[in-house]
Design a binder for this molecule. Structure first.
Ligand code: RNT
Ligand code: ZN
Length: 429
Protein backbone atom coordinates (compact mmCIF):
# COMPACT_ATOMS: atom_id res chain seq x y z
CA UNK A 1 0.00 0.00 0.00
CA UNK A 2 2.91 2.37 -0.45
CA UNK A 3 1.82 3.51 -3.92
CA UNK A 4 0.12 6.84 -3.14
CA UNK A 5 -2.22 6.59 -6.13
CA UNK A 6 -3.42 3.17 -5.09
CA UNK A 7 -3.85 4.40 -1.54
CA UNK A 8 -6.08 7.24 -2.70
CA UNK A 9 -8.12 4.89 -4.87
CA UNK A 10 -8.61 2.40 -2.09
CA UNK A 11 -9.50 5.06 0.43
CA UNK A 12 -12.01 6.41 -2.06
CA UNK A 13 -13.53 2.97 -2.50
CA UNK A 14 -14.04 2.62 1.26
CA UNK A 15 -15.38 6.16 1.58
CA UNK A 16 -17.74 5.56 -1.30
CA UNK A 17 -19.18 2.50 0.47
CA UNK A 18 -19.54 4.45 3.69
CA UNK A 19 -21.47 7.24 1.94
CA UNK A 20 -23.58 4.71 0.04
CA UNK A 21 -24.84 3.43 3.40
CA UNK A 22 -26.35 6.89 3.87
CA UNK A 23 -27.80 6.86 0.38
CA UNK A 24 -25.18 9.26 -1.00
CA UNK A 25 -23.48 8.49 -4.32
CA UNK A 26 -19.94 9.86 -4.28
CA UNK A 27 -19.54 9.54 -8.07
CA UNK A 28 -22.59 11.69 -8.62
CA UNK A 29 -21.32 14.25 -6.11
CA UNK A 30 -18.00 14.46 -7.95
CA UNK A 31 -19.73 14.84 -11.29
CA UNK A 32 -21.86 17.70 -9.96
CA UNK A 33 -18.87 19.33 -8.37
CA UNK A 34 -16.93 19.31 -11.64
CA UNK A 35 -19.63 21.45 -13.23
CA UNK A 36 -19.36 24.31 -10.71
CA UNK A 37 -17.16 27.20 -11.80
CA UNK A 38 -15.51 29.52 -9.31
CA UNK A 39 -14.48 32.96 -10.53
CA UNK A 40 -10.94 33.69 -9.37
CA UNK A 41 -10.34 37.38 -8.76
CA UNK A 42 -7.42 38.75 -10.76
CA UNK A 43 -6.68 41.33 -8.07
CA UNK A 44 -5.19 38.86 -5.60
CA UNK A 45 -2.25 38.56 -8.02
CA UNK A 46 -0.97 42.12 -7.77
CA UNK A 47 -2.53 43.70 -4.69
CA UNK A 48 -5.35 45.41 -6.66
CA UNK A 49 -2.75 47.39 -8.62
CA UNK A 50 -3.88 46.94 -12.23
CA UNK A 51 -2.07 48.10 -15.36
CA UNK A 52 -3.15 51.64 -16.03
CA UNK A 53 -0.26 53.96 -16.84
CA UNK A 54 -1.45 56.66 -14.43
CA UNK A 55 0.14 54.92 -11.47
CA UNK A 56 -2.68 55.94 -9.08
CA UNK A 57 -2.40 54.50 -5.59
CA UNK A 58 -4.98 51.99 -4.42
CA UNK A 59 -8.06 53.98 -3.38
CA UNK A 60 -11.68 53.52 -2.42
CA UNK A 61 -10.84 52.64 1.14
CA UNK A 62 -9.29 49.35 0.04
CA UNK A 63 -6.03 48.36 1.69
CA UNK A 64 -3.62 45.53 1.02
CA UNK A 65 -1.06 44.70 3.66
CA UNK A 66 2.09 42.65 3.31
CA UNK A 67 5.16 42.76 1.09
CA UNK A 68 5.69 39.16 0.11
CA UNK A 69 8.08 39.13 -2.85
CA UNK A 70 7.09 38.14 -6.38
CA UNK A 71 4.06 40.28 -7.13
CA UNK A 72 3.00 40.19 -10.81
CA UNK A 73 4.25 43.40 -12.44
CA UNK A 74 2.89 42.92 -15.93
CA UNK A 75 -0.12 41.31 -17.57
CA UNK A 76 2.09 38.48 -18.83
CA UNK A 77 3.32 37.78 -15.31
CA UNK A 78 -0.21 37.87 -13.95
CA UNK A 79 -1.35 35.38 -16.61
CA UNK A 80 1.57 33.10 -15.88
CA UNK A 81 0.72 33.18 -12.17
CA UNK A 82 -2.94 32.49 -12.87
CA UNK A 83 -2.05 29.56 -15.09
CA UNK A 84 0.01 28.20 -12.22
CA UNK A 85 -2.96 28.57 -9.87
CA UNK A 86 -5.45 26.94 -12.26
CA UNK A 87 -3.36 23.77 -12.65
CA UNK A 88 -3.49 23.30 -8.88
CA UNK A 89 -7.25 23.64 -8.63
CA UNK A 90 -9.56 20.81 -9.74
CA UNK A 91 -12.33 21.68 -12.21
CA UNK A 92 -12.91 24.32 -14.88
CA UNK A 93 -13.13 27.86 -13.54
CA UNK A 94 -13.36 31.52 -14.48
CA UNK A 95 -11.43 34.75 -14.10
CA UNK A 96 -12.86 37.94 -12.66
CA UNK A 97 -11.20 41.04 -14.13
CA UNK A 98 -11.31 44.67 -13.07
CA UNK A 99 -11.32 47.50 -15.60
CA UNK A 100 -7.84 48.66 -14.52
CA UNK A 101 -6.43 45.34 -15.78
CA UNK A 102 -6.89 46.25 -19.46
CA UNK A 103 -4.06 46.22 -21.98
CA UNK A 104 -3.52 49.90 -22.56
CA UNK A 105 -0.07 49.58 -24.23
CA UNK A 106 1.41 52.33 -22.14
CA UNK A 107 -1.23 54.80 -23.33
CA UNK A 108 -3.39 56.83 -21.00
CA UNK A 109 -6.89 55.59 -21.69
CA UNK A 110 -9.53 57.28 -19.57
CA UNK A 111 -11.99 55.03 -17.74
CA UNK A 112 -14.90 56.34 -19.80
CA UNK A 113 -13.05 55.43 -23.01
CA UNK A 114 -12.19 51.80 -22.37
CA UNK A 115 -13.52 49.25 -24.82
CA UNK A 116 -13.44 45.55 -25.65
CA UNK A 117 -10.24 46.15 -27.65
CA UNK A 118 -8.37 46.71 -24.38
CA UNK A 119 -9.47 43.28 -23.20
CA UNK A 120 -8.96 41.35 -26.44
CA UNK A 121 -5.73 39.86 -25.08
CA UNK A 122 -7.57 38.60 -22.01
CA UNK A 123 -10.38 37.19 -24.17
CA UNK A 124 -7.86 35.35 -26.37
CA UNK A 125 -6.04 34.03 -23.33
CA UNK A 126 -9.32 32.94 -21.70
CA UNK A 127 -10.29 31.08 -24.88
CA UNK A 128 -7.00 29.30 -24.91
CA UNK A 129 -7.33 28.47 -21.20
CA UNK A 130 -10.98 27.50 -21.71
CA UNK A 131 -12.20 29.69 -18.90
CA UNK A 132 -15.04 32.19 -18.74
CA UNK A 133 -14.55 35.84 -17.81
CA UNK A 134 -16.34 38.15 -15.40
CA UNK A 135 -15.84 41.90 -15.13
CA UNK A 136 -15.94 44.92 -12.82
CA UNK A 137 -15.87 48.61 -13.61
CA UNK A 138 -13.23 50.23 -11.37
CA UNK A 139 -14.73 53.11 -9.41
CA UNK A 140 -11.62 53.69 -7.28
CA UNK A 141 -7.89 54.41 -7.60
CA UNK A 142 -8.68 57.48 -9.69
CA UNK A 143 -8.46 61.24 -9.23
CA UNK A 144 -12.20 61.57 -9.87
CA UNK A 145 -12.86 59.24 -6.92
CA UNK A 146 -10.44 60.89 -4.54
CA UNK A 147 -13.09 62.63 -2.46
CA UNK A 148 -14.80 59.30 -1.90
CA UNK A 149 -17.80 59.84 -4.15
CA UNK A 150 -18.43 58.56 -7.70
CA UNK A 151 -21.90 57.68 -8.99
CA UNK A 152 -23.50 59.60 -6.12
CA UNK A 153 -21.30 62.70 -6.47
CA UNK A 154 -23.15 66.02 -6.29
CA UNK A 155 -21.25 67.22 -9.37
CA UNK A 156 -23.09 65.95 -12.44
CA UNK A 157 -19.87 66.06 -14.50
CA UNK A 158 -18.22 63.57 -12.18
CA UNK A 159 -21.33 61.44 -11.99
CA UNK A 160 -21.58 61.33 -15.77
CA UNK A 161 -17.95 60.35 -16.09
CA UNK A 162 -18.55 57.34 -13.85
CA UNK A 163 -21.86 56.51 -15.55
CA UNK A 164 -19.96 56.41 -18.85
CA UNK A 165 -17.36 54.14 -17.25
CA UNK A 166 -20.13 51.79 -16.18
CA UNK A 167 -21.68 51.84 -19.66
CA UNK A 168 -18.29 51.09 -21.24
CA UNK A 169 -17.77 48.25 -18.77
CA UNK A 170 -21.08 46.58 -19.58
CA UNK A 171 -20.13 46.64 -23.26
CA UNK A 172 -16.84 44.96 -22.40
CA UNK A 173 -18.73 42.37 -20.34
CA UNK A 174 -21.04 41.69 -23.30
CA UNK A 175 -18.08 41.30 -25.66
CA UNK A 176 -16.50 38.83 -23.25
CA UNK A 177 -19.75 36.90 -22.94
CA UNK A 178 -20.18 36.82 -26.71
CA UNK A 179 -16.62 35.71 -27.44
CA UNK A 180 -16.54 33.03 -24.76
CA UNK A 181 -20.10 31.73 -25.09
CA UNK A 182 -20.85 32.21 -21.40
CA UNK A 183 -22.46 35.25 -19.76
CA UNK A 184 -20.08 37.67 -18.08
CA UNK A 185 -21.17 38.91 -14.65
CA UNK A 186 -20.33 42.61 -14.49
CA UNK A 187 -20.34 43.70 -10.87
CA UNK A 188 -20.73 47.27 -9.69
CA UNK A 189 -19.14 48.21 -6.42
CA UNK A 190 -18.56 51.88 -5.59
CA UNK A 191 -16.75 53.26 -2.56
CA UNK A 192 -19.15 56.19 -2.03
CA UNK A 193 -19.65 57.29 1.53
CA UNK A 194 -18.63 59.70 4.27
CA UNK A 195 -16.09 59.44 7.04
CA UNK A 196 -18.28 61.52 9.30
CA UNK A 197 -21.95 62.02 9.95
CA UNK A 198 -23.72 63.18 6.80
CA UNK A 199 -26.12 66.07 6.73
CA UNK A 200 -28.12 64.28 4.06
CA UNK A 201 -28.25 60.52 3.87
CA UNK A 202 -31.02 60.90 1.35
CA UNK A 203 -29.53 62.97 -1.48
CA UNK A 204 -26.57 60.72 -2.39
CA UNK A 205 -28.84 57.67 -2.42
CA UNK A 206 -31.34 59.38 -4.69
CA UNK A 207 -28.51 60.37 -7.00
CA UNK A 208 -27.17 56.82 -6.96
CA UNK A 209 -30.51 55.39 -8.07
CA UNK A 210 -30.54 57.83 -10.98
CA UNK A 211 -26.95 57.07 -11.95
CA UNK A 212 -27.52 53.32 -11.84
CA UNK A 213 -30.63 53.67 -13.97
CA UNK A 214 -28.68 55.72 -16.51
CA UNK A 215 -25.85 53.19 -16.51
CA UNK A 216 -28.20 50.24 -16.98
CA UNK A 217 -30.53 51.98 -19.44
CA UNK A 218 -29.33 49.96 -22.43
CA UNK A 219 -30.78 46.46 -22.45
CA UNK A 220 -28.12 43.81 -22.90
CA UNK A 221 -28.88 40.19 -23.69
CA UNK A 222 -28.49 38.26 -20.42
CA UNK A 223 -26.79 35.51 -22.39
CA UNK A 224 -23.91 37.95 -22.84
CA UNK A 225 -23.84 40.12 -19.73
CA UNK A 226 -25.45 40.06 -16.30
CA UNK A 227 -25.37 43.12 -14.05
CA UNK A 228 -24.70 42.76 -10.33
CA UNK A 229 -24.66 45.37 -7.56
CA UNK A 230 -22.60 45.01 -4.37
CA UNK A 231 -23.31 46.62 -1.02
CA UNK A 232 -21.00 47.37 1.89
CA UNK A 233 -21.42 48.21 5.54
CA UNK A 234 -18.52 50.60 5.95
CA UNK A 235 -15.05 51.17 4.57
CA UNK A 236 -11.86 52.95 5.51
CA UNK A 237 -12.87 56.60 5.10
CA UNK A 238 -16.58 55.78 4.88
CA UNK A 239 -17.08 54.75 8.49
CA UNK A 240 -20.20 56.79 9.17
CA UNK A 241 -22.16 56.38 5.98
CA UNK A 242 -22.07 54.18 2.87
CA UNK A 243 -24.38 55.25 0.08
CA UNK A 244 -24.72 51.73 -1.36
CA UNK A 245 -25.79 49.94 1.80
CA UNK A 246 -27.41 46.50 1.90
CA UNK A 247 -30.95 47.83 2.01
CA UNK A 248 -30.16 50.22 -0.82
CA UNK A 249 -28.96 47.54 -3.22
CA UNK A 250 -31.37 44.86 -2.07
CA UNK A 251 -34.18 47.23 -2.97
CA UNK A 252 -32.52 48.24 -6.21
CA UNK A 253 -31.82 44.67 -7.31
CA UNK A 254 -35.41 43.61 -6.58
CA UNK A 255 -36.90 46.63 -8.27
CA UNK A 256 -34.77 46.37 -11.40
CA UNK A 257 -34.28 42.58 -11.32
CA UNK A 258 -30.50 42.81 -11.19
CA UNK A 259 -28.14 40.33 -9.57
CA UNK A 260 -27.37 41.09 -5.95
CA UNK A 261 -23.77 40.59 -4.91
CA UNK A 262 -23.30 39.40 -1.34
CA UNK A 263 -19.73 39.86 -0.11
CA UNK A 264 -19.08 37.78 3.01
CA UNK A 265 -17.02 40.61 4.53
CA UNK A 266 -19.59 43.37 4.07
CA UNK A 267 -21.91 42.86 7.00
CA UNK A 268 -21.92 43.20 10.76
CA UNK A 269 -19.40 40.74 12.21
CA UNK A 270 -22.04 38.35 13.55
CA UNK A 271 -24.18 38.57 10.43
CA UNK A 272 -23.58 35.85 7.85
CA UNK A 273 -24.38 35.72 4.14
CA UNK A 274 -25.26 32.00 4.33
CA UNK A 275 -28.51 33.02 6.02
CA UNK A 276 -29.30 35.63 3.37
CA UNK A 277 -29.14 33.42 0.28
CA UNK A 278 -32.53 31.70 0.70
CA UNK A 279 -34.14 35.00 1.67
CA UNK A 280 -33.02 37.19 -1.19
CA UNK A 281 -33.41 34.50 -3.87
CA UNK A 282 -37.17 34.80 -3.37
CA UNK A 283 -36.93 38.23 -4.92
CA UNK A 284 -33.84 38.63 -7.11
CA UNK A 285 -33.25 36.49 -10.19
CA UNK A 286 -29.69 35.50 -9.42
CA UNK A 287 -26.90 36.17 -6.98
CA UNK A 288 -23.21 36.84 -7.16
CA UNK A 289 -21.17 35.84 -4.13
CA UNK A 290 -17.91 37.45 -3.15
CA UNK A 291 -16.61 34.73 -0.92
CA UNK A 292 -14.21 36.40 1.43
CA UNK A 293 -13.32 36.20 5.10
CA UNK A 294 -13.68 39.21 7.29
CA UNK A 295 -11.49 39.25 10.37
CA UNK A 296 -12.88 41.72 12.89
CA UNK A 297 -13.78 43.98 9.97
CA UNK A 298 -13.86 43.71 6.17
CA UNK A 299 -10.24 42.69 6.03
CA UNK A 300 -10.49 40.38 3.00
CA UNK A 301 -8.49 37.48 4.38
CA UNK A 302 -7.88 34.31 2.35
CA UNK A 303 -10.89 32.00 2.44
CA UNK A 304 -10.33 29.18 4.91
CA UNK A 305 -12.45 26.13 5.67
CA UNK A 306 -14.67 27.82 8.22
CA UNK A 307 -18.15 26.99 9.49
CA UNK A 308 -19.48 29.89 7.44
CA UNK A 309 -17.84 28.65 4.25
CA UNK A 310 -19.45 25.25 4.82
CA UNK A 311 -22.79 26.91 5.56
CA UNK A 312 -22.63 28.91 2.31
CA UNK A 313 -21.93 25.74 0.32
CA UNK A 314 -24.72 23.86 2.13
CA UNK A 315 -27.20 26.59 1.32
CA UNK A 316 -26.32 26.54 -2.39
CA UNK A 317 -26.65 22.76 -2.59
CA UNK A 318 -29.64 22.26 -0.30
CA UNK A 319 -31.61 25.02 -1.98
CA UNK A 320 -30.65 23.75 -5.46
CA UNK A 321 -29.47 27.28 -6.16
CA UNK A 322 -26.28 26.49 -8.04
CA UNK A 323 -27.71 27.52 -11.39
CA UNK A 324 -28.76 30.92 -9.97
CA UNK A 325 -25.67 31.74 -7.96
CA UNK A 326 -22.35 32.84 -9.41
CA UNK A 327 -19.50 32.13 -7.04
CA UNK A 328 -16.64 34.61 -7.02
CA UNK A 329 -13.82 35.08 -4.57
CA UNK A 330 -12.73 38.41 -3.12
CA UNK A 331 -9.70 38.71 -0.89
CA UNK A 332 -6.29 40.28 -1.14
CA UNK A 333 -3.38 39.16 0.93
CA UNK A 334 0.15 40.34 0.15
CA UNK A 335 1.71 38.75 3.24
CA UNK A 336 1.93 35.25 1.73
CA UNK A 337 2.68 33.84 -1.70
CA UNK A 338 -0.10 35.38 -3.79
CA UNK A 339 -0.64 32.29 -5.94
CA UNK A 340 -0.90 30.15 -2.80
CA UNK A 341 -3.63 32.52 -1.62
CA UNK A 342 -5.66 31.81 -4.76
CA UNK A 343 -5.04 28.07 -4.50
CA UNK A 344 -5.89 27.82 -0.79
CA UNK A 345 -9.02 29.95 -1.08
CA UNK A 346 -10.35 28.28 -4.21
CA UNK A 347 -9.59 24.74 -3.09
CA UNK A 348 -11.42 25.48 0.16
CA UNK A 349 -14.46 26.78 -1.68
CA UNK A 350 -14.55 23.65 -3.84
CA UNK A 351 -13.98 21.37 -0.86
CA UNK A 352 -16.89 22.99 0.98
CA UNK A 353 -19.11 22.42 -2.06
CA UNK A 354 -18.03 18.78 -2.21
CA UNK A 355 -18.90 18.20 1.44
CA UNK A 356 -22.27 19.84 0.86
CA UNK A 357 -22.87 17.57 -2.14
CA UNK A 358 -22.06 14.55 0.04
CA UNK A 359 -24.74 15.43 2.56
CA UNK A 360 -27.83 13.19 2.85
CA UNK A 361 -30.02 16.28 2.61
CA UNK A 362 -33.30 14.50 1.95
CA UNK A 363 -32.92 12.45 5.10
CA UNK A 364 -32.16 15.53 7.21
CA UNK A 365 -35.14 17.35 5.79
CA UNK A 366 -37.43 14.41 6.51
CA UNK A 367 -36.31 14.35 10.12
CA UNK A 368 -36.95 18.05 10.34
CA UNK A 369 -40.45 17.74 8.91
CA UNK A 370 -41.19 14.92 11.34
CA UNK A 371 -40.07 17.20 14.17
CA UNK A 372 -37.26 14.83 15.16
CA UNK A 373 -34.71 17.51 15.93
CA UNK A 374 -32.69 15.12 18.08
CA UNK A 375 -31.91 12.92 15.08
CA UNK A 376 -31.35 15.97 12.88
CA UNK A 377 -28.68 17.26 15.24
CA UNK A 378 -27.18 13.82 15.80
CA UNK A 379 -26.82 13.11 12.08
CA UNK A 380 -25.48 16.55 11.28
CA UNK A 381 -22.78 16.07 13.89
CA UNK A 382 -21.96 12.51 12.77
CA UNK A 383 -21.44 13.78 9.25
CA UNK A 384 -18.58 15.95 10.38
CA UNK A 385 -16.35 12.90 10.74
CA UNK A 386 -17.33 11.13 7.53
CA UNK A 387 -14.36 10.45 5.21
CA UNK A 388 -14.84 13.35 2.80
CA UNK A 389 -11.06 13.85 2.63
CA UNK A 390 -10.77 10.58 0.72
CA UNK A 391 -13.34 11.80 -1.81
CA UNK A 392 -11.55 15.14 -2.11
CA UNK A 393 -8.19 13.44 -2.75
CA UNK A 394 -9.76 11.21 -5.37
CA UNK A 395 -11.37 14.21 -7.07
CA UNK A 396 -7.99 15.98 -7.21
CA UNK A 397 -6.28 12.83 -8.48
CA UNK A 398 -8.80 12.19 -11.26
CA UNK A 399 -8.79 15.88 -12.20
CA UNK A 400 -5.05 15.73 -12.74
CA UNK A 401 -4.17 18.25 -10.01
CA UNK A 402 -1.93 17.73 -6.98
CA UNK A 403 -3.48 15.87 -4.05
CA UNK A 404 -3.14 16.94 -0.43
CA UNK A 405 -0.46 19.54 0.11
CA UNK A 406 1.59 18.36 -2.89
CA UNK A 407 0.70 21.56 -4.72
CA UNK A 408 2.80 23.47 -2.21
CA UNK A 409 6.14 21.97 -3.21
CA UNK A 410 5.31 22.63 -6.86
CA UNK A 411 4.52 26.21 -6.01
CA UNK A 412 7.71 26.59 -3.99
CA UNK A 413 9.65 25.56 -7.08
CA UNK A 414 7.83 28.20 -9.12
CA UNK A 415 8.60 30.70 -6.40
CA UNK A 416 12.32 29.90 -6.61
CA UNK A 417 12.46 29.77 -10.38
CA UNK A 418 10.17 32.65 -11.29
CA UNK A 419 8.81 34.77 -8.45
CA UNK A 420 12.10 35.31 -6.62
CA UNK A 421 13.56 36.96 -9.73
CA UNK A 422 10.94 39.66 -9.78
CA UNK A 423 12.00 42.88 -8.15
CA UNK A 424 9.79 43.83 -5.28
CA UNK A 425 8.29 47.01 -6.72
CA UNK A 426 5.87 49.21 -4.82
CA UNK A 427 5.32 46.85 -1.95
CA UNK A 428 2.63 47.93 0.46
CA UNK A 429 3.25 47.47 4.12
C1 RNT B 1 -14.76 46.25 -1.89
C2 RNT B 1 -15.55 45.22 -2.61
C3 RNT B 1 -15.13 44.98 -4.03
C4 RNT B 1 -13.63 44.94 -4.21
C5 RNT B 1 -13.18 44.55 -5.59
C6 RNT B 1 -11.74 44.84 -5.80
O1 RNT B 1 -15.08 46.34 -0.58
O2 RNT B 1 -15.54 44.02 -1.90
O3 RNT B 1 -15.74 43.82 -4.49
O4 RNT B 1 -13.04 44.09 -3.29
O5 RNT B 1 -13.97 45.15 -6.53
ZN1 ZN C 1 -16.44 42.30 -2.86
Amino acid sequence: MSDPIKRIEQAYQLASERYAELGVQTDAAIKNLASIAISLHCWQGDDVGGFESSGEELGGGLAVTGNYPGKARTIDELRLDLEKAYVMIPGAHRLNLHAIYGEFSGQHVERDEIGPEHFQGWIDWAKQQQIGLDFNPTFFSHEKANDGLTLSHPDSGIRNFWIDHGIASRKIGAAMGQALGSPCVTNVWIPDGYKDTPASRKAPRERLVESLDAMFSEEIDPKLNLDAVESKLFGIGSESYVVGSHEFYLGYAIMRQKLLCLDAGHFHPTEVISDKISSVLNYVPELLLHVSRGVRWDSDHVVTYTDELQAIAQELVRGEYLSRVHIGLDFFDASINRIAAWVIGTRNMIKALLVALLEPTAQLEQLELAGDFTSRLALMEEQKSLPFGAVWDYYCLTSGVPTGSNWLSELKQYENKVLSHRSNVSATV
